[in-house]
Write a protein that binds this ligand. Structure first.
Ligand code: CP
Length: 308
C-alpha cells in the first residue's frame, strides 16, 4: 500500500496537494465499492480503530464508523459523556488506556483547538482529526472539495464562496486550505463581526454583501451560525441575520447563472438556508454526505500504510 506523506491527518494546512490528489483517487475507487450490492472490502481487516468523540456529531461519527466497517476494520466507539472522563481522567490517560487494548488508529473530535496535535506528540497510533474546536475539520474539507470536483469536473479555477460564521468555523479554515492548494479562488462572506481578524493572511477575497458573493461564485458553501461557541452577541438577532445572509431558492433562481449549493450540516433551516433552497436542484448537500464515507475510507486506508 502506498500511503500518505505523514502518519496522521491533523489538518489540511500540513498536507500536500499530492496527498489530497491521492486521497481523491483512492476515494474514487471506494465510491465504486460503496455503490456495489456488497459494499465491503477486506482492506483493513487487521486494523482496530477507536472513534473518540468529546463533542456531539451525527454525520462525521456515523460516516467514520460506516467507512471503517466497509473496510472490515474492528471498531470501538467512545463517547466522553458516558466515560470515565466524567470522573476526572485526563485525555492522555484516556487514550493510553484505549491504546493498551491494542488499538491502531484514533479518530478524535474535541472542543479544544490542538487536542489531536497534542496527542500526536505523545502516542504511537495514527490520529485523524474529526474536528478540533474552531480550528480544523480536515475530512470535511476533503469531502467538500471532492464533491466540487465530482459536480464541476475540477476544483482548479473554480470560484468558491464560503458564507456565514467564518470566525467560529473549523470547516471554513480547512476548506480555505484545501481549495487554495487545489487552485480554486476563495471568497468569504458574512457579517464583519463573524470574519476573523487574520482573514487577510489567508489569501481569500472578502465580501460583506451576500448577493455580490453569490453573483461572483460557482459554488456557495454555506455555514451554520455556531451559537454554542459564541460567548457574546455578534449580530442583533437570528431573524436579522437571516434577512441579510439567509439564502432562499428565490435568491438562487434570480441569479443569472447556475451555482452549486453546499452545506456541511447540520443545517439550521430558516436561518442560513431556507428549506426550499436546501432541498432545491442547486443543492448537493446529500452528495457531500455520501462522498464523506468514500473520503474517510480513503484517508484511513492510506494512513494505515503511511510512512511513520
Ligand atoms: N459536518 C459535520 O461535522 O457534522 P457533524 O457535526 O454532525 O459531525
Amino acid at each position: 500500500m502506498s500511503g500518505l506523506s505523514q502518519p496522521h491527518l491533523l489538518g489540511i494546512k500540513n498536507i500536500t496537494r499530492d496527498d489530497i490528489e491521492l486521497i481523491f483517487k483512492t476515494a474514487d475507487n471506494f465510491k465504486e465499492v460503496i455503490n456495489r450490492p456488497i459494499k465491503k472490502v477486506p482492506s483493513l481487516r487487521d486494523v482496530t480503530i477507536a472513534n473518540i468523540f468529546f463533542e456531539n456529531s451525527t454525520r462525521t461519527r456515523l460516516s467514520f464508523e460506516l467507512a471503517q466497517k466497509r473496510l472490515s476494520a474492528d471498531v470501538v466507539n467512545f463517547s466522553a459523556s458516558t466515560s470515565s472522563v466524567k470522573k476526572g481522567e485526563t485525555l492522555l490517560d484516556t487514550v493510553n488506556n484505549i491504546l493498551a487494548m491494542k488499538v491502531d488508529m484514533i479518530v478524535m473530535r474535541h472542543a479544544s483547538v490542538g487536542a489531536p496535535h497534542f496527542l500526536a506528540k505523545h502516542i504511537k497510533a495514527n490520529i485523524i482529526n474529526a474536528g478540533d474546536g474552531t480550528h480544523e475539520h480536515p475530512t470535511q474539507a476533503l469531502l467538500d472539495a471532492y464533491s466540487i470536483r465530482e459536480k464541476l469536473k475540477a476544483v482548479k479555477g473554480k470560484k468558491v464562496a464560503i458564507i456565514g460564521d467564518i470566525l467560529h468555523s473549523r470547516v471554513a479554515l480547512s476548506n480555505i486550505f484545501a481549495l487554495k492548494k487545489l487552485g480554486a479562488e476563495v471568497l468569504v462572506c458574512g457579517p464583519p463581526t463573524l470574519l476573523p481578524k487574520y482573514i487577510d493572511q489567508l489569501g481569500v477575497n472578502v465580501e460583506w454583501n451576500l448577493l455580490k458573493a453569490l453573483e461572483w461564485c460557482d459554488v456557495a458553501n454555506v455555514l451554520r451560525i455556531q451559537l454554542e461557541r459564541q460567548q457574546i452577541k455578534y449580530f442583533p438577532s437570528l431573524r436579522e441575520y437571516s434577512l441579510y445572509y439567509g439564502i432562499t431558492k428565490k435568491i438562487l433562481d434570480s441569479l443569472k447563472k447556475e451555482i452549486v449549493l453546499m452545506h456541511p450540516g447540520p443545517i439550521n433551516r430558516g436561518v442560513e438556508l431556507s428549506s426550499d433552497a436546501a432541498d432545491s436542484h442547486h443543492s448537493i448537500i446529500l452528495d457531500q454526505v455520501e462522498n464523506g464515507v468514500a473520503i474517510r475510507m480513503a484517508v484511513m486506508y492510506l494512513l494505515a500504510g503511511a510512512v511513520s
